[in-house]
Design a protein around this ligand. Structure first.
Ligand SMILES: Nc1ncnc2c1ncn2[C@@H]1O[C@H](COP(=O)(O)OP(=O)(O)OP(=O)(O)O)[C@@H](O)[C@H]1O
Ligand SMILES: [Mg+2]
Length: 230
């Protein structure tokens, strides 16, 4: 059957065949497949279904119809509620180990399927791992709000930050901005020191510079962002 490359993927080679998506496996895949199976057992619609492994050793996932944008601020509260749903579904399960929940660890519009401008599912679960709720909440706020020098209205963005944390139902917000800075620092260092092809491509695209600028912007506006979260 016809293989159609899916654009946007910086890290993996992803193709669509009919109603399925095929992606190479990683050493994290066994965990991810158990996680996707857990979502299926709970009939949670926010992730692709894992259908098996094909003759080339690629994982086979259901193709989710919709639009995956590079950037979008549509349905921010719905994004936060979807995150809350899968966190609650994994809390207290063996998948979360000794951590609060399973985190996606790469929540962003480019890993979100939208239908009629509403977020309906997350793809790209490769980095999912046990973690703290605030880790995903912070990454989500950074990515969906585009926290960085491109923000042109600090008051509106701060209000949206609060709204996303409210929609998630995060009670302790004291670590949110600190964790955004942690993510930005970690991400920049990963790009700067990574030796694989994907990291080299990211470095060549100027990604490390833009993540550094985002970190500087959050540092400079930290007080305003934290006041909005109180
Ligand atoms: N199950 C799916 N249903 C629909 N589209 C999908 C699915 N999986 C992936 N895609 C599309 O393919 C693109 C690349 O897939 P994916 O995000 O998994 O790859 P990646 O290289 O790991 O991405 P990234 O650049 O985020 O690291 C996605 O942005 C999305 O547009
Ligand atoms: Mg992706």
């Amino acid at each position: 059957m016809n293989e159609q490359p899916l654009s946007g993927g910086f890290v993996s080679h992803v193709v669509r065949i009919g109603d399925t998506v095929r992606r190479g496996t990683t050493d994290r895949s066994e965990f991810v497949h158990r996680l996707l199976h857990h979502f299926e057992q709970h009939a949670w619609p926010g992730a692709p279904r894992f259908l098996g492994v094909d003759e080339q050793g690629r994982e086979v996932l259901t193709f989710l119809d919709g639009h995956v944008p590079a950037k979008s601020q549509d349905g921010l509260a719905q994004v936060a509620r979807l995150v809350r749903q899968f966190h609650d579904l994994t809390a207290g399960t063996p998948l979360a180990g000794d951590q609060e929940v399973v985190c996606h660890n790469d929540l962003s519009p480019k890993n979100t399927v939208y239908r009629d401008r509403s977020p309906v599912a997350f793809v790209d679960w490769d980095l999912a791992a046990p973690g703290a709720r605030v880790h995903d909440v912070a990454h989500m706020c950074w990515q969906y709000l585009g926290l960085g020098p491109a923000v042109d209205d600090l008051a509106t963005t701060s209000e949206r930050l609060r709204m996303m944390c409210d929609a998630y139902g995060l009670t302790d917000r004291s670590q949110v901005v600190e964790t955004i800075l942690w993510w930005q620092d970690r991400c920049r260092r990963g790009i700067e020191t990574g030796t694989d092809a994907a990291m080299t491509r990211l470095r060549d695209s100027g990604a490390a510079r833009s993540v550094r600028a985002a970190h500087e912007w959050v540092t400079a506006n930290r007080a305003a962002l934290e006041v909005a979260l109180k």
